[in-house]
Design a protein. Structure first.
Length: 184
């Protein structure tokens, strides 16, 4: 299926579908938290972004901005919204926040290490309560960021356990990723 999505957007969509397939449907708050904790682990372990989205500091914790906007835009005005709502559905009138996959993820967009990281985050966080997830995601990276501002990848990685001496390498990798993203 041909879409108008960038490589980064397609990758994000496929990761959401992967989470939904593995959990057999999930509310978007938990999807956001799984992606955040997976990103935190991945940044600290591999010094690369896994989630091609910016996490903003909102009152209920870090939220992937483009994904949040796509979920809220059920009319599909933007390409990511349109592709998302062609691939998922709400669980129903009484459970509109619960999303169900309409197709399987295209695994060509998810690397093996990303799958392992997502699986770990799904296992650890998908069944936690709303309050537990809120508390767990309100760490130093979130607290150190102003309301509605992007939480830096460096701060997310530090919270994930990145050694301070690896910070220059992470910053270099993030710069390269930004260049790659601009090219594709």
């Amino acid at each position: 299926m041909k879409t108008n999505l960038s490589l980064a957007q397609q990758s994000l969509l496929e990761k959401v579908l992967y989470i939904l397939q593995k959990t057999e449907g999930l509310d978007y708050y938990r999807i956001f938290k799984i992606l955040y904790f997976a990103e935190r682990t991945y940044l600290a372990k591999y010094c690369r972004k896994m989630v091609e989205d910016d996490f903003c500091a909102l009152p209920l914790g870090p939220v992937p901005t483009a994904l949040y906007n796509a979920i809220k835009d059920r009319m599909g005005v933007f390409p990511l919204s349109k592709a998302l709502w062609e691939s998922i559905q709400s669980a129903g009138e009484d459970a509109q926040e619960v999303l169900l996959p309409l197709r399987s993820p295209n695994m060509d967009y998810i690397a093996r290490h990303e799958v392992e990281t997502l699986d770990e985050a799904i296992t650890t966080y998908s069944t936690k309560s709303f309050n537990d997830l809120k508390e767990l995601s309100h760490g130093d990276a979130w607290r150190g960021t102003s309301y509605c501002q992007v939480i830096s990848s460096e701060e997310i990685a530090r919270e994930g356990g990145l050694d301070q001496e690896e910070l220059p390498y992470l910053q270099e990798q993030l710069e390269w990723q930004a260049i790659e993203k601009a090219l594709y």
